[in-house]
Design a protein. Structure first.
Length: 139
């Protein structure tokens, strides 16, 4: 069995941002040499997410607006977590909604997606260095 473990690093310009990481993950699948297996892509921070959906700019705007309605950043005093001096309780909730990780099958050496599927990194408390784990296993 073959395996590869690498990190993707991000330092976003905005507090909330979505980044399509499909091509970077596909590059790592090729690098691994795995033809049949699985690829785990995992946000390593509790205020960021990895998810799969369509690469359409309107949908990204919809996600941002929807998440802000579900877990608005302000007023920060609304959240008990922020009593500790933090101001990112909303980011923790947004991460829970969007998810921590995805697993994608590898078939014939490529990510085996359905129509329109892309892998995204979602950042909800950005402007600092964060990482995503990519773990690939198979034959």
């Amino acid at each position: 069995m073959k395996s590869l473990r690498e990190y993707l690093w991000f330092n976003t310009k905005k507090k909330l941002e979505f980044i399509n990481i499909t091509q970077e993950v596909a590059r790592l699948v090729k690098k691994s040499g795995v033809q049949e297996g699985l690829c785990l892509v995992n946000a390593m921070h509790i205020t960021s997410s990895v998810y799969i959906n369509d690469a359409e700019s309107g949908l990204l705007q919809d996600f941002a607006a929807w998440l802000e309605k579900l877990a608005p950043h302000e007023p920060v005093a609304h959240y008990r977590h922020n009593d500790t001096g933090e101001d990112n309780a909303d980011a923790h909730l947004k991460r829970t909604i969007m998810g921590r990780e995805v697993v994608v099958a590898i078939t014939n050496g490529e990510l085996d997606f359905g129509p329109w599927e892309q892998i995204y990194y979602g950042e909800f408390d950005g402007q600092r260095k964060k990482r995503v784990l990519v773990k690939i296993i198979g034959e």
